[in-house]
Design a protein around this ligand. Sequence first.
Ligand code: PEP
Length: 248
Amino acid sequence: MRRSLVLGNWKMNGSRSSAESLAKGIIAGLGADIADIAVCVPYIFLSDVAQIVKNTRLGLGAQNVADKPSGAYTGEISAAMLKEFACKYALVGHSERRTYYGDTDQSVAARFCQAQEQGIIPVLCIGETLEQRQQEKTFDVITAQLDAVVDLAGIAAFNNAVIAYEPVWAIGTGLTATDDQAQEAHHFIRQYLSAKDQAVAEKIQILYGGSAKPDNAKGLFAMPDIDGGLIGGASLDAESFLKIYHSV
Ligand code: PEP
């Protein structure tokens, strides 16, 4: 039985003080240890939030990581730097990075490897645009996104990774994939992995992301191949994030 994971993605929101109170609010409502839970916060707040989550069950993550270990890469943050702030997770390949900042399947694969080299769990975000879904290219897109990482890192690397299936058309739009649409994609991803290594496929947490909310989380999380969620907007409010967490 896989343990679920609920991961918040705060994106570029909040202030130093609101980040602190949000983290404190989440910790206060955690309750029983039913699943893994963590928040991916803006880089600049990592230090503050790291102090707050210390010795609690709330884990910490970053929203990206550099594709190189160090050097003349102005504005980038390396995996080794993240490690200093107790980051357990780093998102790689979020669709907003792919769409607005030019992250490619290849650079995402390099980021994935950089995270793992520092013992940080990469959360590989994959998913199709609306146009790609309408053209029935969903599985081709997902396959290409996964192939790039498998080619660079090898299938065994997925022993220490998380995958987030996030249909781009559902992120921040209020449109959620139906339980069956999400399950179909998650099943496809698990089958893809299983064809290469069954043990990896059975173990890996595959999260759903895309307008997950307290009122739709239970149905999504009940699907057999959905092991929790990557939550954007609804993770900015402790109460709704905790309601989602308590839906696993
Ligand atoms: C996300 O940022 O990964 C996400 C799923 O956002 P939202 O929940 O707001 O759609």
